[in-house]
Design a protein around this ligand. Structure first.
Ligand code: PLP
Length: 381
C-alpha cells in the first residue's frame, strides 16, 4: 500500500539517477574548495566567542514569535541599524535567509501591471519570488544590458503601464562573473523603474569596505539590494536594503517576513560580530584578494583560459557523468570539490564550482589545480 503511494516519487528519483542528476547529502569532508565562507569567519574562534558573549549577556536562542509579535528583539533592531550604517542605505530589514528575502521582495514589491526583466542566470530563490508574484516576467540572455533595455522598450511600446524592474546578481553564483551595474542603474533611471541587486556573493568580499559592488548605488530610492549573511559573513540570514518606504511595505505585506518566526537573536548577534569584523579587519579582504589573484593565475596556467577573476571559479566540463566522476576523484584525494549539474546550471554546462576562501593557502591551491588538471585530462581520454 505504502509502496504504491511512494512509487511516483521513487520513479522520479530513478529518472534523475538515469540522467546523472540525482542529488544526495554528504559531509563537508576534505579541504574546502566549495564553501561560501569566503573570509573564513564561519568557524573562527572570534565568531564562537561572540556567540558565547551574546549568550552571557542574555540574548535568547529563540525569538519566540514573528517580528511583528513578540519576536522583535533588540538584537535584530541593533543589527539592522548597524547594517544600514555599514551598507550606507536608509533602512535594512533582516530575514532568516537569502532565499526567503528574495521570495519576499520579488513576490511583493513588483505589482500587477509591472514588468520584471531578469538575467537568465539569477538564483532559484529569485525565480520562486517572481513566480509567486503578479508582475509579468521576462528572462533575457546573461549579462546583456541592451536586451534588458530592449525588453522594457517593447513592453512600453505595447502598452505596458506599470513600473519596470531589473533583477540581477552583482556577482553570479555559478559563473563568478559580474554585472555592469552602472549601465543597469542608468537603464532603470531612464525607464523610471527599479533595480534589484542580489549581492549574495559580493557582500563582504568586493567593493569599498566589502560593501559589495553596489556600494555606489545603495541609498538611491530606486535601488534595492540583498546582502546575505551566510556566505562571507559566516553566519546566516540576509538583509534587504533600500528606501524606508520599501522596507515598511515589506513589513506590512511580505508573507515570509510576517508569518515566520523571527531569526534567532543569537544569529543576529553573530552577524553583528561579522559586520564589526569586516570594518575592523580589512586585512582579511586583502589576504583573500591575494589568494583570488593567485588562484586565477593558476587556473589560466593549468586550463589555458582566463579564470573568472573572482573567488568563484567554475570549471565547466559539460557532461553530467564526467563532472561527477572528476568531483568524486578529487574528493578521494582529499579536496572538497562539488559537481553542479542542471537544473542548477543550464543543460550541457555541468561544472565544478571551485571557490577560494581564507580556509586554504597558496600551496594548497597550486597542488589542487595541478591534480585537477590531471584528473580532467585522464577523464577526457
Ligand atoms: C545569488 C544567491 N542569492 C540568494 C541565495 C540564498 O541565500 P541563502 O543561502 O541565505 O538562503 C543564494 C544562495 O546560495 C545565492 O547564491
Amino acid at each position: 500500500m505504502n509502496s504504491d503511494r511512494l512509487a511516483r516519487y521513487a520513479s522520479k528519483l530513478e529518472q534523475l539517477r538515469q540522467k546523472g542528476r540525482l542529488r544526495s547529502l554528504r559531509h563537508d569532508a576534505g579541504i574546502d574548495f566549495t564553501s561560501n565562507d569566503y573570509l573564513g569567519l564561519a568557524a573562527s574562534p572570534a565568531m564562537g566567542a561572540a556567540l558565547i558573549a551574546a549568550i552571557e549577556r542574555g540574548v535568547p536562542v529563540g525569538a519566540g514569535g514573528s517580528r511583528l509579535l513578540r519576536g522583535n528583539h533588540a538584537e535584530h533592531e541593533a543589527l539592522e541599524e548597524e547594517a544600514a550604517a555599514f551598507f550606507r542605505c536608509e533602512r535594512m530589514l533582516y530575514f532568516g535567509s537569502g532565499y526567503t528575502a528574495n521570495l519576499a521582495v520579488l513576490s511583493n514589491l513588483p505589482q500587477r501591471g509591472d514588468l520584471i526583466v531578469h538575467d537568465c542566470l539569477v538564483h532559484a530563490s529569485a525565480h520562486e519570488g517572481m513566480k509567486a508574484g503578479r508582475a509579468e516576467v521576462i528572462s533575457v540572455p546573461h549579462n546583456d544590458a541592451s536586451a534588458i533595455d530592449g525588453a522594457i522598450r517593447s513592453w512600453r511600446a505595447t502598452g505596458g503601464m506599470g513600473l519596470p524592474w531589473i533583477v540581477v546578481e552583482s556577482l553570479y553564483s555559478m559563473d563568478g562573473d559580474r554585472s555592469a551595474l552602472p549601465d543597469l542603474a542608468e537603464i532603470a533611471d531612464r525607464h523610471d523603474g527599479f533595480l534589484f541587486i542580489d549581492e549574495a556573493h559580493a557582500t563582504g568580499v568586493h567593493g569599498i569596505d566589502g560593501i559589495g559592488y553596489s556600494a555606489e548605488l545603495e541609498g538611491r530610492d530606486n535601488v534595492i539590494v540583498l546582502h546575505t549573511c551566510g556566505k562571507a559573513l559566516g553566519a546566516a540570514g540576509a538583509f534587504v536594503g533600500g528606501n524606508r518606504v520599501v522596507c515598511d511595505f515589506l513589513v506590512n505585506r511580505a508573507g515570509p517576513f510576517i508569518y515566520s518566526t523571527a531569526p534567532s537573536p543569537l544569529q543576529a548577534a553573530c552577524v553583528r560580530h561579522a559586520l564589526a569584523t569586516l570594518a575592523k579587519e580589512p586585512e582579511r579582504r586583502v589576504r583573500l584578494h591575494d589568494l583570488i589573484a593567485f588562484a586565477n593565475a593558476q587556473f589560466s596556467e593549468r586550463f589555458g583560459m582566463p579564470g573568472s577573476g573572482t573567488q568563484i571559479l567554475p570549471v565547466i566540463i559539460g557532461d553530467n557523468g564526467r563532472t561527477m566522476r572528476v568531483a568524486a576523484r578529487m574528493q578521494l584525494k582529499g579536496y572538497d570539490i562539488r559537481a553542479i549539474r542542471p537544473p542548477t546550471v543550464p543543460v550541457g554546462t555541468a561544472r565544478l564550482r571551485i571557490t577560494i576562501t581564507l580556509n586554504v593557502d597558496k600551496p594548497t591551491i597550486a597542488r589542487m589545480m595541478a591534480e585537477l588538471a590531471k584528473v580532467i585530462e585522464e577523464e577526457a581520454a
